[in-house]
Design a protein around this ligand. Structure first.
Ligand code: ZN
Length: 189
């Protein structure tokens, strides 16, 4: 094929690459997130290094069940997760990188079999992307710092947001109020 025939194709390909880089998470090394503040509530927005690891490193750190969900976008079976019936006060952190993702104050019983929240700990900490897999149009939610798959968000939740963040238990690590307050006290020091 002659060069003049190849050029438009190369140009088109580079445009597609640019578009996908812009829309996908993971296109900068720094993310703006909120960590646990001095009183245990969300702190100010801070610049945090993105957490990037190889698949082999993630698999070793997470183990097979959490790896399948967080890194391979799997879904755990309903009514099986260990955090579904957790009613303690505290904060749910990303099992991949430790970013605070949801507070117990927004947890509710959705009846779906998955831990459900009506708002995130901080909107900055969650990335939303359109997911059209399995023949459905859904909004996938990921950890903003490590791009770990968390679940999906739907618009059939309770007031005040009417959103339902539907989570996999294995994507989360729960720390109770005393542990969160201790983390906050260390920040304040
Ligand atoms: Zn994370």
């Amino acid at each position: 094929m002659q060069l003049r025939h190849l050029l438009p194709a190369a140009l088109l390909l580079s445009m597609v690459c640019c578009m996908s880089a812009q829309n996908s998470p993971g296109n900068t090394n720094i993310v703006a997130v909120r960590l646990i503040g001095p009183n245990g509530n969300p702190g100010p927005v801070v610049q945090s290094p993105r957490v990037v690891k190889t698949d082999a490193e993630w698999e070793k750190q997470l183990g097979p069940a959490a790896y399948r969900v967080l890194r391979a976008k799997g879904t755990e079976a309903p009514f099986c997760g260990n955090l579904l019936d957790n009613h303690k006060d505290g904060v749910y952190f990303c099992a991949g990188c430790g970013l605070p993702l949801f507070a117990s104050s927004s947890k509710f019983n959705s009846g779906t079999g998955w831990p459900s929240f009506y708002m995130p700990f901080a909107s900055e900490n969650i990335t939303e992307i359109r997911d059209v897999s399995l023949g459905m149009a859904r909004t996938e939610i990921l950890c903003a710092r490590c791009d770990g798959h968390l679940g999906h968000v739907f618009d059939d939740g309770p007031a005040p947001t009417h959103l339902r963040y539907c989570l996999n238990s294995v994507s989360l690590i729960f720390k109770d109020e005393a542990e969160v307050k201790k983390m906050g006290a260390e920040v304040a020091r």
